[in-house]
Design a protein around this ligand. Sequence first.
Ligand SMILES: Cc1ncc(COP(=O)(O)O)c(C=O)c1O
Length: 338
Amino acid sequence: MAIIHGGQLARVAKQYQIPEQDWLDLSTGIAPFSYPIPEIPNKIWQDLPTISSSLIAAAKAYYQAEYCWPVAGSQQLIEKLPALWNEKVNSEHSRSQKHVYLPKVGYKEHQQAWFKGDYQLHFYQEELPTFIEKNSVVVVINPNNPLTDTFSITQLIELQKYCEEQHALLVVDEAFADIFEAEFSFVTHLNNTANVIVLRSFGKFFGLAGLRIGFVCSSKAWCETIQDNIGPWSINGPALYVAELALKDKSWQKQQTKRLQIQSHKMIELLKKQLPSSNIKANALFVTVFNENAALIYQLLCKNAVYVRLTDEQDALRFGIADPSQLQRLSANLAHIG
Ligand SMILES: Cc1ncc(COP(=O)(O)O)c(C=O)c1O
């Protein structure tokens, strides 16, 4: 099953027969302002990559984690988790059926990975699951992409206790959490014995999804398992180099949060005006517009070379945050289709 994502401009450009360079691409939740790529010393390109203690220290400080480890984007671990959890459960217990609890609407790669791992899929949405099988898995996407919904720390702590009772794995995907206060993250509530994995995407907030680096925050034992499993050179040297600088650069992070909030706010105002009778939900990395004519609006936008993400349910459009010049163009295009 091939999953549709934002960021597939080549496919859409071909479908609408408009050259790729003519499009306004707001189809992802990747920040439009990127951390500036510094000059990268030759040695970084020449040498095999090493995970330095200074990078780990920078990541621990940024995520406020006791233990964390880099991965080649959180997607790398999403794909590996079913096998890792199987191995752990099989070494400790016997079970006949494998169960995973996932948000019905949310980043579909989780569903795909557990499905491929022969797990029985169960779905929840507004409420976290209140019944789970022993040795199962619960995936929480916080904030949800594309719905923007969030769960509180209190709700997650309760779920984590229940997961512990059931010897279940809790996966908290915080791909878009950088835009919130540090207290939002479940990382600071991790304890060193629990089967809890928090996934942190680097590419979205820092606007560098192509770098393919992310971080996992978990217990020491889980970090070691992941380290063994992904091998020594999964993440390239330039990615490690740039990520370390970016994670330490507090003033850039502050500026980034501020400008994303400003642009998000402006987009909400624009979309409210141009797409009335919509229900708009937003955070500082994307704006999701629920509208009964979402599929039609999507087509009209595409005909005007504006690419946004039509949700799988076809009931909403997710707009990535536009920079000031993109916002001007979006405003003109929306006026045109309105
Ligand atoms: C909720 C969520 N989690 C994880 C990912 C994977 O991102 P990455 O592998 O770049 O960290 C995405 C990508 O869109 C996402 O939306």
